[in-house]
Design a protein around this ligand. Sequence first.
Ligand code: ATP
Length: 364
Amino acid sequence: MAYSLTVKKINKYFGSFQALKDISFTVEGGKFVTLLGPSGCGKTTLLRTIAGFLEPEDGEIYFGDRLMNDVPPNKRNTAMCFQSYALFPHKNVYENIAFGLRMRKIDKEEQQRRIAEAIDMVNLIGLEKRMPYELSGGQQQRVALARSIVVRPDILLFDEPLSNLDAKLREKVRVDIRRIQQTLGITTVYVTHDQAEALAISDVIIAMNKGSIIQMTDPRDIYDRPDSRFVADFIGSSNLCDGLILSREQDELVCDTCYGRLHVEIEKGQFEGIKKLSLCIRPEDVEVLGYAREGADTKGLKNILFGKVEHSVYMGSSRDVYLSVNGSTMRVSVPKQQYYEDGSEICLYAAPKRIHAMMTEGER
Ligand code: ATP
């Protein structure tokens, strides 16, 4: 049975600098949780605190029901995968993977069985006798992964494991990490600053900034329903603006914004008593209806905007168009086949249900 992980009111200082501020969360057993945030926000500090390499000034860490604060790192039964792989340079693949099992004095036959299983899982069959310097970066990371899972850890920890790999390989290895984690059902904590990686791999994302948790939810929610400008900006691309509420219906607001007047769909009764909001409009959620000069059919839609194309960027699978809308820049993502000349006027539609409203800092 997989262990849950509970972190309760953790504070960690380096001298007078507070690296972790009142961190609390629980991850269900067998889930994959990602700590995501900008450089220096405290991700690695939190991971190392969970592993026991750092001692928090206060707070508690539980694996299942067991309080771990006084358990030394080598007795916590965690396994950590680093970006630097940290393989033994003078041991071959097999010996690197076997090391943890030998230290734990697992009997020979069981060792062989587990190592063969792990080598198969990470697709390293045939490379058992190779030395680390005879392996590519991706293969070295697979050895590190096999070495971690072979000891059957209660909690698997990853610290930016894919940072040294090229983009293509990163995608491949992350699929393998996820597949293996799901097969084994090990509770996993994964550190990255790569938001695409976090969205692709996680059951739960914990967005962090300046030592605090900003939001914790599943990938879909964190992208579609960020609850702060920080998260909306850090995860994915967004057009962020202030919205001054001019009028409200039960499930819709009319806001004055830098792009003009916008209707925003909300849940019934949401933002009661609030005058000002932040709005997030994802570039892929704005539809281009056509050139303004051609008189696009707006079919009585709310939120029709007009923009002048400033420039476009070809992205391969799509095209990003930067427009001036009411004097403010808006980024819109269109299919790559669509091209609009710089300087042309185009007609846009931002569906009220695709505009996401959030409380502005200070209004919370
Ligand atoms: P990155 O993505 O760049 O690795 P991170 O989110 O993992 O960043 P941490 O390594 O956890 O960030 O560091 C959090 C903060 O604590 C940083 O400001 C860092 O400079 C500081 N810090 C980390 N370790 C120490 C230390 N041993 N002594 C003093 N300050 C430290």
